[in-house]
Design a binder for this molecule. Structure first.
Ligand code: SF4
Ligand code: MG
Length: 324
């Protein structure tokens, strides 16, 4: 069952020189019980996409499309409705989560403020749950009585995860939460996300990263974004082992040890730079960098085509191959 269903979503940034088309007609859905990965280079629209789902602030502007979450269009909620569902139904661990906690308050006070805002009345109960959850993620209960500054980076990260999930949100969004961490702490964080799913604390996770090799470890399905559009979407294993879009292939080739490329020794970078999203080209947005580009790619936008079970990609090459 779909928990979140996003259709043709357009989120632009209003600037003095025009609209930056950061998310430009993106569609996907997230089902109960799955970890859904979103990947792509920095600036491809990943953070804009997930941040647009709740508590949008200017200059971020909704230009079209919908995001149906538990029957309601997130694009149509008023601020009060948004505030109510944040943490309780939909929670985001932000990109710079380690610095997300108010430094002037103890963890237990941060949590109590949040819980009270959402209607909790029994402070003891809330604190009991906090201490329980801290123990669950292998942190000392004493963290509850500490200020964020007293915690190491890794501990702060785990604490933020506890705070973000304390009210058992249905959907948890994790935006680049492992990028600032060492490999060992990264593993702990991924294990924790698995744990939240297993224990039924959350029903689904959107895991955003620029690092495809992490998705290999955590995501059931993955969506590859390029310059504000979906390049490819499908089951993680299939996308990684048989990528259909040239951008996905290059992204995988640029990684050290992943899927079938495990033994490769020479890493390739992706040539060129992403295009400006102020005046994106009419055709395929990957055209200027694509080693396989054809005339048709310059002016005609490729449509999403099916390349396998629940596996879609947007590239003219696939049309050519299919007609061969
Ligand atoms: Fe390359 Fe053309 Fe496919 Fe775009 S549509 S990825 S330019 S082959
Ligand atoms: Mg980002």
């Amino acid at each position: 069952m779909s928990l979140l269903s996003v259709k043709n979503l357009k989120i632009y940034y209003k600037t003095p020189v025009g609209f930056v088309k950061a998310v430009d007609g993106v569609s996907f859905d997230v089902k109960e019980g799955e970890v859904f990965g979103i990947a792509g280079e920095s600036g491809c629209g990943k953070s804009t996409l997930v941040n647009s789902l709740i508590l949008r602030k200017p200059p971020m502007t909704h230009m079209g499309g919908e995001a149906i979450f538990k029957g309601k269009d997130l694009m149509k909620l008023d601020k009060e409705e948004e505030r109510k569902i944040k943490y309780t139904e939909l929670s985001i661990i932000p990109q710079y989560a380690m610095n997300a906690l108010n430094p002037t308050k103890k963890i237990k006070d941060i949590v109590w403020d949040l819980a009270r805002e959402h209607g909790a009345e029994d402070r003891k109960e809330v604190e009991k749950l906090l201490r329980e959850r801290l123990r669950m993620v292998k942190l000392s209960e004493k963290v509850a009585d500490m200020y964020p500054i007293e915690l190491s980076g890794g501990m702060r990260q785990r604490t933020t995860m506890v705070v973000s999930t304390l009210m058992n949100p249905d959907l948890l969004i994790a935006d680049e939460i492992t990028s600032a961490l060492d490999v060992t702490t990264q593993r702990v964080v991924l294990e924790l996300l698995h744990y939240f799913m297993r224990e039924g604390i959350v029903k689904a996770i959107i895991f955003v990263t620029h690092d495809l090799s992490l998705l290999d470890k955590i995501a059931d399905r993955v969506m590859i974004l390029y310059a504000g559009k979906v390049a490819e979407i499908g089951p993680t294993e299939e996308v990684i082992n048989s990528p259909a879009h040239p951008y996905t292939s290059l992204l995988i080739e640029s990684l050290p040890r992943i899927g079938v490329h495990y033994n490769q020794t020479k890493l390739k970078g992706i040539p060129g730079y992403p295009i400006s999203l102020l005046n994106p080209p009419a055709g395929c947005r990957f055209y200027p960098r694509c080693p396989y580009s054809m005339d048709v790619c310059q002016n005609t936008e490729p449509k999403m085509v099916s390349v396998g079970d629940n596996h879609l990609a947007a590239c003219h090459l696939l049309g050519v191959r299919r007609n061969e």
